[in-house]
Design a protein around this ligand. Sequence first.
Ligand code: IPM
Ligand code: MN
Length: 369
Amino acid sequence: MTEQMKTFRIVTLPGDGIGPEVVAETLRVLRAVGEATGFGLEVSEHLIGGAALDATDDPFPAVTAEACLAADAVLMGAVGGPKWDHFTGSKRPESGLLALRKTLGTFANLRPVSVPAALAASSPLREERVTGTDMLIVRELTGGIYFGEPRGRHAAEAGRWAENTMVYDEQEIARIAHVAFTWARRRRNKVTLVDKANVLVVSQLWREVVAEVHEASYADVEYDLLYVDNAAMQVVINPRQFDVVVTSNLFGDILSDLAATLPGSLGMLPSASVGGKVGLFEPVHGSAPDIVGEGKANPLATMLSGVMMLEELGEQAAAEAIRAGIDDVLEDNCRTRDMWQEGQQLVTTREMGQRVIEKVTQRLARVPA
Ligand code: IPM
Ligand code: MN
C-alpha cells in the first residue's frame, strides 16, 4: 500500500536574464529532495516581467496572477534587463514584480544574511569581521515610496517634474513590527529599527508605532534604533551586532544589497515574502543580463529561497538537507564565477545544481529510514 504522497502546487516565474537558469537548477534540487523525502511538486510555469511584456504586452498578465493566487507557493527568478529599459511606468518589467507582491499581499520580506564558513575568507571585508554574521533583514514590501500616491511625471511650463510619495499608515507599520519581534524571539532576541527619523516624518511615525508594539507585546526583546546612513556603515564595520533589522521598503532594498557584500556575492542571498495569501520566494539578486546563457549564474540564492519555501510548507527535514548540502559543496571549494578565486574549482550553473543534488542525496541516504 502506498500512502498518498503529499504534493505541493508550485508556480514558477523564471522571468528574465539569468532567472530561468537559476530557477531550473533550483527545481531540479527540489524535485530530487522531494523524491528522497516523500513529497511531490506539481509545477506550472508562468510569465512575468520582460518575458511577459514580450509575449502579452503586460509585465504581470492576469493568467499569472490567477495561477499564483491558486498555488501553495510561488518561486521567482528575476525581472528586468536592457531590452526593456526604454519602457516607463507600469510597462516596466519591475512593475510586474511589484504588482505580484501587491496581489499576493506579501508585506513581509525576509532576507537572511549569513556568511558560510567556507566563504568568510573570500569576503571583500576582513574575515574576522564577517565571521559569525547572522542577521535577518525584515523589509516592508507592499508599501512606502514604492507604491505611494501621488506618483508620476508631469510637464509644466518651467520644465518636467516627477514625484513619488513615501507613505505608511500605522497598521502597515505595526504588522511588520510584529513580524520582526516574532522572528527575534526565535533568534537572538534583538530588533533594530532602521529609519531616517531625523529628517522624515514617515520615519518618526515608524519610531512611535514600533515602540508601542514593542512595549505592549515584546518588552522582553532587546530593541534599538539606527539611522539608515549609520546603519549602512555599521553593516560594513560590525555586521555581527545585528540580529533582526526591521525597515521600510526602500531602505530594506538598499541595505540588503549592501549586506550581500558580507558573504561576497549577491548570488548567495535568498528571500521569502510572507504575510499574504501565498508566499513568494525569490533571490535578492537581479537578472544579470551580462551573463545570460553563459553558465556563470550562481543558483544558490534561488536554491536557498527554495529552502525557505520548504520551511514555510512545513518540510523542515528536506530544507535542512539542502542547506547542509550547499554548505558541503562550498566546503569542497566548488564555486560559480561570481565567487570563484584562484585555486578553487570553477563550476557552471548546471554543475553547481548537480553537485548540490549529489551532496543532498548522499546526506539523505545516510539518514536511517
Ligand atoms: C529586489 C529588487 C526589486 C526591488 C526590483 C527588481 C523591483 O531590487 O527585490 O530587491 O526593488 O524590490
Ligand atoms: Mn533590490
